[in-house]
Design a protein. Structure first.
Length: 96
């Protein structure tokens, strides 16, 4: 699945396909369901999950918490907008 197909799937009632939990978390976030997304990602202990977790806290406006998670992910706090970061994360995870 590519980014455009993933983005189109946001109109579905549930995630389609065999998505990883992190992609499912981003799917929920893409539909405006921050809480479901956070509930999924908070229990996964990988650098990729830390990146999604950081993005979610940045989106929430909790920059201090976001910085902690970016550090765990080995990433710098982004200087670009949330929409661009969401796409970057989705693209990277879809291409793994």
């Amino acid at each position: 699945m590519n980014f455009q197909e993933f983005q189109k799937s946001l109109t579905d009632n549930e995630p389609s396909g065999n998505f990883s939990p992190l992609i499912v978390a981003l799917w929920h976030d893409g539909r405006g369901d921050w809480k479901s997304s956070h509930n999924i990602v908070q229990d996964i202990e990988t650098k990729e999950a830390a990146w999604v977790h950081a993005y979610l806290h940045r989106k929430e406006g909790d920059d201090a918490n976001a910085r902690y998670w970016y550090a765990r992910a080995g990433k710098k706090f982004p200087k670009f907008d949330l929409k661009q970061e969401w796409r970057e994360i989705v693209d990277e995870l879809l291409n793994q």
